[in-house]
Design a protein around this ligand. Structure first.
Ligand code: NAI
Length: 298
């Protein structure tokens, strides 16, 4: 089965380089009309350049269709305008890949609240701002595919990235409610946790690993997750050709007797409470509450 984006309009934020560029090129190669958004900032979020224009040129040279957008995902007006321009030119927006990102790595001791705010603003609030700009259209046209970009830092943690990790797991949380609200309208929402050799990771990977982790190796997962037959509410890890899913699980847990409902009781039963044997993945918060209720009755 070939996955085609013929007739689809896609927006990729932060697509002036790295992973976003790779997504945009392949979406266009598979027939999508692509909005290449990027304000062209440096890795720490400062400055501006014409990075988006260059990717549009690459797409056009390869015979594809694209439009550059230099707006910032942190600017609501610019995101609304970007979506309006895409709609005016191409009639709709079917796919949104929230990919723009910056780094302000520091141990939490050294991190200022400005470092915190800026990173949360671009990744988490920026993704919400771009998503808000397409959301009503996707509901009305009964079709939408949205991809959030998390990170292994968000899912599992990494030293020196408290701001980034909080924003990234926030995006997985955003997905988990948005997928429920979009389900009725054929809007599917997923999260990708990529690992790729880009300017974001150039000082982390040794040269060999940098090559193995080429952004092109993440593209298959990203494009599958925004395709017609995409699943929804998935967290997918992708890097160097390795693909996996990640889950927020619930252990079988333990209903404690009235006399055990003390900190000491929790300590005494900790092994059973945290035993991962037979754990499940609730489909929603309400699902988790139902499980607790059933445990009360049973
Ligand atoms: P990158 O630095 O090459 O790409 C990020 C792009 O976002 C840049 O082109 C930058 O100009 C753009 N950008 C920054 N602020 C923006 C704003 N306010 N509005 C619009 N565009 C903005 O880095 P890379 O690696 O391609 O990152 C893409 C995404 O993947 C990011 O969200 C990053 O956090 C995430 N990620 C990357 C990993 C990796 O191993 N490279 C690991 C985990 C997550």
């Amino acid at each position: 089965m070939t996955i085609s984006f013929e007739g689809r309009v896609a927006i990729v934020t932060g697509a002036g380089g790295g992973l976003g560029r790779a997504y945009a090129l392949e979406l266009a190669r598979r027939g999508a009309k692509v909005v290449v958004n990027d304000l062209g900032a440096a890795r720490d979020g400062t400055g501006q350049s014409d990075a988006a224009l260059k990717v549009v040129e690459e797409i056009e040279q390869a015979g594809g269709t694209a439009m550059a957008n230099g707006g910032s995902v942190t600017d609501e007006g610019q995101m609304v305008e970007m979506v309006a321009k895409a709609k005016e030119a191409w009639g709709a927006v079917h796919v949104l890949i929230n990919n723009a990102g910056i780094l302000r790595d520091k141990s939490f001791t050294k991190m200022t609240m400005d470092d915190w705010r800026l990173v949360v603003d671009v990744h988490l609030t920026g993704s919400a701002t771009a998503t808000k700009a397409v959301w009503d259209m996707m509901r009305e046209q009964n079709y939408g595919r949205i991809l959030m970009t998390a990170s292994s830092t968000g899912l599992y943690g990494n030293f020196g990235q408290a701001n980034y990790g909080a924003a990234k797991l926030g995006l997985a949380g955003f997905t988990k409610t948005l997928y429920l609200e979009g389900a009725k309208y054929n809007v599917k929402v997923n999260t990708i946790a990529p690992v790729a050799g880009t300017r974001m990771t150039e000082d982390i990977f040794p040269p060999e690993a940098f090559k193995a982790f080429a952004p092109e190796n993440v593209v298959p997962a990203a494009l599958f997750l925004v395709s017609e037959d995409a699943p929804t509410n998935q967290i997918v890890g992708a890097g160097a050709g390795f693909f996996h899913t990640a889950h927020v699980t619930m252990t079988k847990g333990k209903m404690l007797s009235a006399e055990d409902r003390t900190p000491e009781g929790v300590a005494a039963h900790w092994a059973e409470i945290s035993d991962r044997e037979g754990e499940t993945v609730p489909k929603s918060g309400a699902d988790q509450s139902m499980t607790i209720l059933q445990s009360l009755q049973g």
